[in-house]
Design a protein around this ligand. Sequence first.
Ligand SMILES: Nc1ncnc2c1ncn2[C@@H]1O[C@H](COP(=O)(O)OP(=O)(O)O)[C@@H](O)[C@H]1O
Ligand SMILES: [Mg+2]
Length: 258
Amino acid sequence: MSGVTARAGDAPAISVSGIVKTFGDFRAVDEVSFTVPRGTVFGLLGANGAGKSTLIRMLCGILQPTSGSATVAGLPVATRSDEIKQRIGYMSQLFSLYRDLTVRENIRLFGGIYGLFGSAERERARWALSVARLEDRERTRAGDLSGGYRQRLALACALLHEPAVLFLDEPTSGVDPLARRSFWDLIDSLAAGGTTVLVTTHYLDEAEYCNELAMMHAGRIIATGSPRAIKEEVPEHTVPTMEEVFIALTERAEGVRS
Ligand SMILES: Nc1ncnc2c1ncn2[C@@H]1O[C@H](COP(=O)(O)OP(=O)(O)O)[C@@H](O)[C@H]1O
Ligand SMILES: [Mg+2]
């Protein structure tokens, strides 16, 4: 019936095997291995300096691994990085938008990078604006948006070419708790549509929103598993955090949101 082969569908979206990145004699990423099935929200947790961004840059084909290997969307990162870039979206930690351009203009610019023009660009832009819930902000200058809106615009730009795998490097950093929650709702709906999402954070409460987690420390993975499995290792973490209580009470005060 369909032209899609079962074999392609079964391959993990991301597969990492003993990957290493050294800077001089410093090992920023030290023998990391994991796999991420398609349609999964995979959280990479770790403090500043743990090696998260370095790992993501290797998986996006921006940084060559020192040793080890990885495949992303079925392609090896060491040799097929140009093709990988067509299949992934990357929202870097310091995502850059043009502050003097409007939301719509920023999207058009990104579309051009991916070869989207004319009616194809308009169609993709409409879709990305609706996924990121930015339709009512099209004419707003990026510099005038709140942190939460700016972050959703960066996501819309990363989604324009319908990537199979999305890398989000601390996307919620510096954004208020309510905007963070609504951003995680977006991530959830993307994953439900089959997109694989690898997201880094140092907000430990956000771990709850991931299907699978890897905790990273000093270049190494120190724990992997579902949030529940990882929490069971540390029983006192079943107590809700003040932030979770804050979100619940704020949302109740605002009435039920979608
Ligand atoms: N280009 C580089 N040259 C030298 N050291 C680097 C470079 N990039 C990152 N590092 C170092 O590697 C470690 C991991 O950095 P990074 O991957 O940015 O961690 P994280 O994203 O988890 O905060 C840090 O100690 C950082 O200083
Ligand atoms: Mg980082």
